[in-house]
Write a protein that binds this ligand. Structure first.
Ligand SMILES: C[S@@+](CC[C@H](N)C(=O)[O-])C[C@H]1O[C@@H](n2cnc3c(N)ncnc32)[C@H](O)[C@@H]1O
Length: 461
């Protein structure tokens, strides 16, 4: 649980009440607040004379001391720095790193059934608030709980840092770009993933390598990404460094990356296999390090199963799989479809998708590397009208233009796999205005201990 010194605290509501109206708090001001409920995105909501404050690190029912970050006219953002009185619902944190709560598990203090309830409510709230009458009448199915509440992530991204001259490798502290909490046994990662990270940190320490420091642009080590084939036991580690000569690691790092940009997309120097082998829904799949792969393997199978049910294929349909990544979703449908056409913007992922079709003897799947915005019209010309379109976009959802292209497909059924109900809702409204009806929505918990919400929706013409 959070514990820090509280400093000077403004009594709740005091300043605002003097004038009979709420007053905007000042940045760094510390306030005592009661958390009412959870906001979309996972922060707690508190109010001071009607003025809304979003508090990270706090759960409904907590009484906290929070430090204000940004303060705008309509609302402020704050971080809980001390919990004065925990919510009666709170359970003890299970994952911490040297006493700091795991930044990757901000909802771990909330019992799992309440996490599920909050996610279900947030899907309803997004669809009803944003969708209004346009989406009215859909059936909301109960949220699918996760198979594993801990150690479910098949991919973790760690950052290097420095604590008083010691190399640390872990996660950014909540809301901090300049502070890394060292990870030893992160309960979101498997034991194998934790072992590999610790091995790489030991190697780096022995080699005398230092963390890259953004402030003075000195040092070498930036990030480490470890991805795991949960079914095959394979691990793929990618080290992102500044441009530097570094000793060859004794551990089997699959890929070394030199990145100047600060992200993990720098040029690649390959030391080992660039691909990870995994099994999913009975398929053997190759995952390149540049390609997206669902982060929770066990739940991806359930998610794909629900998408398959919503697609309701009977053997002869033409299916478009837009935003197809390495092709997995479409490939799991191929057996029950006439043909599958996948579109994806990352060319390396399309190469993986083609390889994945070949490996599994799937001959009715075709893939195209293109931005969906541009690629849908040529696809329609080549393939003809689809019976079902599956879309699985990133969190930002579909642009209005992509939805217009989707409407031009005139598919009787659209299956929408969404990792953000607040972008699903406006997309569904635009589709509803073009004659589609939102029929069913099923939330799926892919990310326990976090506020992330996935859901599958089906729309019909
Ligand atoms: C949420 S992932 C889904 C991938 C795949 N359906 C799966 O289940 O693994 C979204 C994918 O959309 C791709 N993408 C992002 N923007 C795109 C665009 N404008 N056109 C086509 N693909 C895009 C990303 O590279 C990523 O592979």
């Amino acid at each position: 649980m959070l514990q820090m010194e509280s400093g000077n605290v403004s009594p709740a509501r005091e300043r605002g009440q003097e004038k009979g109206r709420s007053e905007r708090p000042r940045p760094r001001e510390r306030l005592e607040l009661e958390i009412e409920k959870l906001a979309f995105g996972g922060n707690g909501i508190a109010r001071r004379d009607g003025y809304v404050i979003f508090v990270s690190g706090a759960l409904p029912g907590d009484r906290v001391i929070a430090e204000i970050g940004k303060a705008k006219r309509g609302y402020a953002e704050a971080s809980a720095i001390e919990i004065l009185e925990p919510s009666p619902d709170r359970i003890p944190d299970r994952c911490d790193h040297g006493g700091d709560p795991c930044p990757g598990a901000p909802w771990q203090g909330l019992p799992y059934d309440l996490q599920l309830e909050a996610k279900q409510d947030q899907v309803i709230d997004s669809l009803d608030r944003i969708g209004g009458d346009a989406l009215a009448g859909y059936e909301l199915l109960p949220i699918e709980p996760a198979v594993e509440q801990w150690r479910y992530r098949n991919k973790l991204e760690y950052s290097f840092g420095d604590h008083d001259g010691d190399l640390v490798l872990g996660f950014h502290a909540r809301g901090r770009w300049d502070e890394i909490v060292d990870a030893n046994d992160c309960l979101l990662a498997s034991e194998a993933n934790n072992r590999k990270r610790n091995e790489i940190r030991s190697w780096a320490e022995e080699a005398g390598l230092e963390a890259y420091d953004l402030r003075d642009r000195m040092g070498t080590l930036r990030n480490l990404v470890i991805r795991e084939g949960r079914r095959t036991g394979q691990l793929q580690s990618r080290l992102v460094t500044s441009v530097a000569e570094i000793p060859r690691p004794p551990v089997d790092l699959h890929t070394m990356i030199e990145g100047e940009s600060g992200n993990t997309d720098g040029p690649t120097g390959v030391l080992g296999a660039e691909h990870l082998l995994e099994e999913l829904c009975g398929l053997e799949v190759m995952i390149g390090h540049r390609a997206f792969f669902q982060t929770n393997t066990e739940m991806a199978e359930i998610l794909y199963g629900i998408a398959g049910e919503f697609a309701d294929l009977s053997g002869g349909e033409r299916v478009f799989d837009l935003f197809c990544g390495i092709g997995t979703l479409g490939l799991t449908m191929a057996e029950r479809a006439g043909e599958v056409w996948g579109v994806e913007i990352v060319p390396e992922a399309i190469a993986d998708a083609e390889e994945n079709a070949r490996r599994n003897g799937i001959t009715n799947a075709n893939f195209m590397a293109a931005d969906a915005r541009i690629g849908i019209r040529p696809l329609l010309e080549t393939a003809g009208r689809p019976d079902v379109v599956v879309v699985d976009p990133p969190r930002a959802g579909l642009s209005k233009k992509i939805v217009r292209r989707l409407i031009e497909c005139e598919a009787p059924r659209i299956v929408y796999v969404s990792c953000n109900p607040t972008t699903l809702a406006p997309n569904a409204v635009q589709l509803a205005e073009a004659g589609y009806r939102l029929r069913q929505v099923k939330p799926v918990d892919m990310f326990p201990q976090t506020p992330h919400i996935e859901c599958v929706a089906v729309l019909e013409k």
